[in-house]
Design a protein around this ligand. Structure first.
Ligand SMILES: Cc1cc2nc3c(=O)[nH]c(=O)nc-3n(C[C@H](O)[C@H](O)[C@H](O)COP(=O)(O)O)c2cc1C
Length: 374
């Protein structure tokens, strides 16, 4: 008998029957071409992820509008001509036996260009971003909706809205970044209005049977920021608007580099208590927990204790794409653990380099470098 009966028990999201509780949490790797197109490197990466034995792969955040590009190497879903390439990713993952979801995003104040659009012109470094007009907000809701439709058309099994990491959706919910006085701000209700309008528009576009998830910011972990008490109320509102699961994370680009976060982030399951709090408040809603869930023993316990329904692995799966198969006992080799004090993948991405993992074997690294323009 498998020693992890909870981790390897089935689970349902809408009409999808997941054979186990393991998912890939979205992880931007920037392998796309500089215009956001899908290439062989992207397909090879997602083939490996699809073959991992995880029940569900959530493909990294894709850009819904050029003004929201976080990097030139970000996958794009802002025009119909991107659908063909995206279809290849969905097919590749599904052919390997996993369900394929895609995450859609607008980076807002973290867009990589100098001219950035945001809810309110709160400075970022020495850049003063531009406050979105009401018309721009309405247009952006339409862009999320169109992007979600393209994801469905490309053959993905579901779509996930990126409401975490401090990107546009979470900028609207944040009391320190949304200082508007119109209906898209001014109160907690007002701050919820943009993300809830996006959910409503996306749900209307993809229909009631199609899974729509939300990468859910449970706490900015920043003084004066969005925090867990409001997050619980917002989570309920998201579900009322038609969200099928919440994939919980904490922190934003502004807190990621602060020492309390850096220290916390080295611990196994550092975001699990937040997932647990959301799960407790919404027992009927599927919740994904991520954050250095390094061992199947621990993953099994998270499910058993009811802190989450599903496990999200990002760097952990990047370090060892055979983690699920090894956990299941299909491969009798030890799991290669992501090194908690290493940030090579993130550091390479920040330098505009295509990342590889410090835990990969020499052969795997050399093979990757041979194929990869750096
Ligand atoms: C390099 C990198 C890229 C990431 N990209 C995304 C992303 O595109 N969307 C998202 O919701 N989270 C993203 N995350 C967060 C992960 O999904 C995950 O929550 C976090 O890394 C913790 O899980 P792990 O310890 O297994 O990596 C990223 C994290 C890293 C390190």
């Amino acid at each position: 008998m498998n020693p992890y009966p909870n981790l390897f028990s089935p689970f349902r999201i809408k009409n999808l029957n997941l054979p186990n509780r393991i998912t890939m949490a979205p992880m931007y790797v920037g392998y796309a071409d500089p215009d956001g197109r899908v290439n062989d490197l992207v397909l090879e990466h997602y083939k490996r992820m699809g073959a991992s034995g995880a029940a569900l792969i959530v493909v990294e955040n894709m850009c819904i509008d050029p003004s929201g590009l976080g990097s030139p190497f970000m996958l794009r879903v802002d025009r119909d001509d991107y659908i063909e390439g995206l279809k290849k990713i969905a097919d590749t993952i599904r052919n390997e036996g996993s369900y394929a979801f895609a995450q859609i995003n607008h980076a807002g104040r973290y867009a990589y260009m100098k001219d950035r659009i945001v809810p309110s012109p709160v400075k970022i470094g020495d850049i003063i971003p531009k406050e979105m007009t009401r018309d721009e907000i309405l247009m952006m809701i339409k862009k999320y909706k169109e992007a979600a439709k393209r994801i469905k058309e490309a053959g993905f099994d579901g779509v996930e809205l990126h409401g975490g990491t401090g990107y546009l959706l979470s900028q609207f919910i944040s009391p320190r970044l949304n200082l508007r006085t119109d209906e898209f701000g001014g109160s907690f209700e007002g701050r919820m209005h943009f993300p809830l309008s996006v959910i409503e528009a996306v749900r209307g576009a993809v229909g009631n049977d199609y899974p729509v998830g939300y990468r859910f910011l449970a706490d900015e972990l920043f003084p004066g920021g969005f925090s867990l008490d409001e997050a619980i109320i917002f989570a309920k509102a998201c579900v009322e608007k038609g969200i099928d699961y919440l994939s919980v994370m904490v922190g934003t680009h502004e807190s990621f580099h602060m020492s309390p976060y850096v220290e916390m982030e080295r611990n196994e399951g550092y975001m699990v208590p937040y997932a647990g709090a959301i799960k407790k408040a919404l027992p009927e809603t599927p919740v994904i927990a991520a954050g250095r869930i390094q061992t199947p023993q621990y993953a099994d316990k998270v499910i058993k204790d009811g802190e989450a329904d599903l496990i999200g692995l990002a760097r952990v799966l990047f370090a060892d794409p055979l983690w699920p198969k090894k956990a299941k006992g299909e491969i009798a080799e030890p799991i290669v653990a992501c090194n908690p004090s290493c940030s090579q993948c993130m550091d390479m991405i920040m330098k505009g380099k295509r990342p590889y993992c410090s835990r990969w074997s020499k052969e795997k690294r050399e093979e990757f470098l041979k194929k990869t323009p750096h």
